[in-house]
Design a protein around this ligand. Structure first.
Ligand SMILES: C[S@@+](CC[C@H](N)C(=O)[O-])C[C@H]1O[C@@H](n2cnc3c(N)ncnc32)[C@H](O)[C@@H]1O
Length: 357
């Protein structure tokens, strides 16, 4: 159950800060570990050297107690926590940490590749989190394995685990990263049918944001992107389930301009905490020691007063990344579209918050 009073109080504080020109984060994103068991070519955590990644995680991941400290600091500002990684469910203390967040009244969305859900007590998990965002880029075996760099056995495991989520009544929706490997099911609409069959009432999309540290692009060509967008817009217009959680404007802008449009990047509205407890200001694209602050040593206020935030006022580097586009939209766009989808799902768990959004 979401603590509505806490949420409204924090939103009030956030708005009061905004009114005097002070920016503060309102959503927390915790990247719980450097380790991921998948090999997604679009993601830095997809690194093929899993042994090296395990060593890195052992050396650098925050301990259970350190994460709790970070959660406490961030909970003074943020109304919602998003847990991701790496693969967050790979941490042995995963349940302990989400239970802790629940204990400090922080609503939680878990983003996961769903490959380890069968080893988690889902009845316990659903007591502590609001939703699971299932990273289901494709509902078909071949493109899924290509985008995620995994075997057909792993695809089947994930599909089985999606059924487990439905069986245990854990609220969830699908998120797909659209790359050149998985466009067909959006163009012919089968993604929607199969997502529904797999128990998703809502779906969210982003085109892949190409990595700058590799020499390949996974973005589909312009014409294919247009076809994908047209088909998604048609589905939105039809009003059929599953509901699309991304506003039509995102897809319309990509058709017209080849990218999402925004005046000022809204990355400051979220605090993104890396697996080692650091925050990069203003974001991961400016990864250098002088832009990196440890939350173990600094307060949120100190970090949000750093001069590097100025870069974000003019940066338009993220061309198609849905979450950045989203956070950079006027509140009205956000409220009209996303909150409607979110409200629908929240109402399953907390009717009074659904009313509030
Ligand atoms: C980094 S993953 C971590 C959580 C978990 N391992 C998972 O796969 O869901 C978080 C989300 O970022 C998405 N993602 C990774 N690389 C991306 C990229 N280059 N562009 C857009 N989204 C990306 C993933 O598909 C996933 O939904």
């Amino acid at each position: 159950m979401v603590d509505t009073i806490r949420t409204l109080k924090l939103l009030g504080k956030w708005s009061a800060n905004r009114a005097v020109g002070r920016r503060r984060p309102v959503i927390a994103v915790f990247s719980m570990t450097h380790y991921c068991n998948f090999y997604c070519p679009m993601c830095p955590f997809g690194d093929a050297d899993k042994e090296g990644q395990i060593q890195l995680a052992r050396r650098n991941d925050l301990t259970t107690e350190q994460w709790k400290l970070v959660f406490d600091k961030v909970a003074r500002h943020c109304v919602w926590a998003i847990i991701e990684g790496g693969e967050p469910t790979s941490r042995p203390d995963f349940i302990e940490l989400v239970k802790y967040l629940h204990g400090i009244k922080m609503p939680v969305t878990l983003i996961t590749n769903c490959s380890l859900l069968h080893v988690i007590d889902l009845d316990e998990l659903k007591k502590y989190i609001q939703f699971v965002t299932c990273s289901i880029d494709s509902t078909f075996e071949e493109p899924y394995c290509k985008v995620r760099g995994v075997t057909p056995q792993m695809y089947r495991r994930v599909m089985d685990n999606l059924r487990l989520l439905s069986k245990h009544g854990v609220p969830h929706y699908f998120n797909s990263v659209i790359t050149k490997y998985n466009t067909q099911e959006f163009i012919d609409g089968t993604y929607f049918e199969r997502a529904k069959e797999l128990g998703a009432n809502a779906v969210s999309f982003t085109f892949v944001e190409d990595r700058s540290d590799v020499d390949y692009s996974l973005l589909p060509d312009r014409q294919t992107m247009i076809e994908v967008c047209r088909s998604i817009l048609e589905h939105i217009k039809s009003g059929r389930s599953p509901q699309v959680m991304i506003p039509s404007a995102y897809f319309e802008q990509i058709i017209e301009h080849g990218r999402g449009l925004f005046d000022e990047c809204g990355v400051w509205k979220s605090i993104f905490v890396n697996g080692n407890g650091t925050v990069m200001v203003p974001c991961w694209k400016f990864n250098s020691p002088e832009n990196t602050y440890s939350l173990l040593e600094h307060s949120v206020e100190e970090i949000w007063s750093a001069p590097q935030w100025d870069i974000a006022r003019t940066c338009h580097d993220c061309e198609v990344l849905g979450c950045i586009w989203y956070s950079s939209q006027p509140v009205s766009t956000f409220a009209r579209n996303y909150m409607r989808g979110l409200g629908k799902m929240i109402s399953q768990k907390s009717p009074e918050l659904a009313e509030a959004v």
